[in-house]
Design a protein around this ligand. Structure first.
Ligand code: ATP
Length: 252
């Protein structure tokens, strides 16, 4: 396996021993841009949590070649981010430097310059003193991308980075992903915007609780495969529902 690659070997991930993603095998090479697509409940977020080290596999193995957990940046879904936390935009973005300077470290001139460049790159100049709780969804997503820029890690995991944001913000954030790709970082993103996946990510994994296709995005996201993915997730949910009913003791 080449340096910086991530190898999944028959990986099963889930919650309380109940699998959500089954038997996934494949390699994400260093510098790859992989879109993870599939219907609601397909296991996409679960996979990202596994890659981020937040969820240990129930089975199989995820091997990171020459990568430490600290090399992986993870952007969770917007719903999982506590925007009510009382912190201004500048401090929020500075938190991206914590790995380098430590929890109580001082932000030196070099880090200050990095933070300023990140704020400019995402178009948040002038927002530094705003509380993050006052930002719109799109502005918050810009702040999160600025924090990722400051984090400066070789692997970046994005869970639905474009959910509920406008076209101008999407364009700006796509430019940042393009820059990460030029810098040979690995980017793995859960996406519902299939046109965007086709345009920006050369590789895609179509997930339906188990892998349906992993390869060229155009092939992965064909109409026939997407329909099959929906059928598979619906069937899986139906079976799980029936299992649960079987497990329910009789009321009598
Ligand atoms: N914390 C959890 N505890 C128990 N089950 C969970 C948990 N998180 C997710 N699941 C279940 O795991 C399955 C896969 O969910 P997951 O969120 O990974 O899917 P997804 O493809 O990301 O869906 P969406 O597109 O709706 O975000 C679902 O059946 C879901 O209910």
């Amino acid at each position: 396996m080449s340096a910086g690659a991530i190898r999944l070997e028959n990986v099963t991930l889930g919650y309380e021993r109940r699998p959500a993603v089954h038997h996934l095998s494949g390699v994400v090479e260093a510098g790859a841009a992989l879109a993870v697509c599939g219907p609601n409940g397909a296991g996409k977020s679960t996979l990202l949590k596994g890659l981020a080290g937040l969820l240990a596999p129930l089975g199989g193995r995820i091997a990171f070649d020459g990568l430490a957990p600290r090399d992986i940046a993870y952007l969770p879904q917007a719903a999982e981010i506590d925007q009510a936390f009382p912190i201004d935009v500048l401090d929020f973005i500075c938190m991206g430097a914590m790995r380098r300077i430590g929890l109580f470290g001082r932000i030196g001139p070099q880090e200050r310059a990095r933070v300023a460049a990140a704020i400019a790159a995402v178009g948040l100049d002038g927002f530094e003193d705003r509380q993050i709780g006052t930002l719109s969804g799109g502005q918050m997503q810009r702040a999160l991308f600025a924090r990722l820029l400051v984090e400066d890690r070789p692997v970046i995991l994005l869970d639905e980075p474009f959910g509920a944001i406008d076209a101008a913000t999407i364009d700006d954030l796509v430019r940042i992903i393009a820059r990460w790709r030029e810098e040979r970082r690995t980017v793995i993103a859960v996406l519902h915007e299939l046109d965007l996946a086709r345009r920006v990510f050369p590789q895609a994994l179509l997930l339906a609780r188990e892998p349906l296709f992993w390869g060229a995005t155009q092939e992965a996201l064909s109409e026939a495969r997407l329909a099959e993915a929906s059928r598979m997730v619906e069937a899986f949910d139906r079976d799980a529902e029936e299992c649960r009913r079987d497990e329910t003791p009789d009321a009598a």
